[in-house]
Design a protein around this ligand. Sequence first.
Ligand SMILES: Cc1cc2nc3c(=O)[nH]c(=O)nc-3n(C[C@H](O)[C@H](O)[C@H](O)COP(=O)(O)OP(=O)(O)OC[C@H]3O[C@@H](n4cnc5c(N)ncnc54)[C@H](O)[C@@H]3O)c2cc1C
Length: 451
Amino acid sequence: MSLNVEKGNKKRVVIVGGGFGGLKLATSLHHSGLQVILIDKNNYHQFPPLIYQVASAGMEPSSISFPFRKIFQNRKDFYFRMAEVRAVFPDKKIIQTSIGKVDYDYLVFAAGATTNFYGNKHIAEEAMPMKNVAEAMGLQNAILANIERSITCANNVERQELLNVVIVGGGATGVEVAGVLSEMKHTILPHDYPDLDSSLMNIYLIEAGNRLLSAMSAESSAKAEEFLRKMGVNILLNKKVTDYRDHKVVLADGSEIATRTFIWVSGIAGVPIANMDKSFLGRGNRIKVDEYNRVSGMENVFAIGDQCIMSGDKDYPNGHPQLAQVSIQQGKLLSKNLRRLVKGKSMTPFSYKNLGSMATVGRNKAVAEFSKIKLQGFVAWVLWLVVHLRSILGVRNKVIVLLNWIWNYFNYNQSLRMIFYPKKAKEVIDREAREAVTHWGEDLLKEENCE
Ligand SMILES: Cc1cc2nc3c(=O)[nH]c(=O)nc-3n(C[C@H](O)[C@H](O)[C@H](O)COP(=O)(O)OP(=O)(O)OC[C@H]3O[C@@H](n4cnc5c(N)ncnc54)[C@H](O)[C@@H]3O)c2cc1C
């Protein structure tokens, strides 16, 4: 099996990952005179900031996803391949993917980040992460199925486990999930489940640090906490989760919280490239790059966005925040730098322009910060809606999301709360098994096979 792309006489750029950074880079390389191959494990681009609305059954997954092939229709010398990247062989300028090998002149890693369980294998097996649309759909099914089961189970202990939700991680995602589930408890449960005592649903938000939204100011943290407490969310600060056993989340102080909905949104790590030596990696498993996004020690290999950590920016000694704007700005600059490289010109170093940060807590409640301005409540919430609506890809998606929001705002009640368990066709299951064996077991680990 191969990627089936003819080389031609143009230089080839292979981009791994079509998230915010990779997509910006790929679209900006239009008319660059370079052949572009975009590889992503999914056939669609996704919009993570609204994933929590999918998890809470407030938004269809398709509204925040967009197929790559549609984005690049009619683009010459561009190839999309749905595949997972496994390894890199910089000496031979080849990468290994789940569908075969491909050679490159320039390689860009833009595969983002994955959930960080900080080495706790048991929590990794038990908890539900929420990093992408697929995981959000899994979470949505679990939440709805647990509520359904709580109606029929004969045991009060089990009922309480089913109705308790524990969210670990008090960053923006944790705050947003806690807020939206609290709204679900108050506005949807009493109507959909009249025979259920909705006061039994308890939402816990656990944070190891001493405040929520630690990347924002203390003022915004305090406001978000105040909003959530008024919405009935139980916030536990300075508490570390150490395990999950017998349907109980275990804390470092020995206390336990019963739940069958254990959500883990605490921390992220760069997507690993299997054969990449640890010496190439920095904090959070992110690939170390210089100010031009070059991977130190690998010729013509770059990394952008969440997957990389850049040294040299004195304002961000621990690396830039893992945010959409960082990835987009790096993707945009790298497209210019690659054009310059091809022409034998020198590259421009990256300088991050912080456009601000925001987090929404619920209806009419958000916090937002820009260089000199801090906003809270309704104004921040409207701004949050506008910024996110503008950023969603595709006119159809923008219209659907806007209509969805308007409908939910006045009606308090959309009708997306179905439980779907997709079943893979046998042909797909068999092919995935074959790919796993062929390209992982047989030749990946034998570097000499890469020719
Ligand atoms: C729930 C959530 C909410 C967020 N909210 C905000 C927000 O409000 N504002 C903000 O600025 N940031 C937010 N972020 C962070 C933001 O989404 C990331 O910083 C941003 O997406 C990083 O862009 P990226 O291009 O580096 O990676 P991503 O956008 O994550 O894209 C990575 C791409 O690589 C693909 N991929 C992964 N592994 C492989 C592989 N092995 N082979 C091939 N392809 C692969 C993925 O399918 C994906 O398409 C949020 C993140 C999450 C998870």
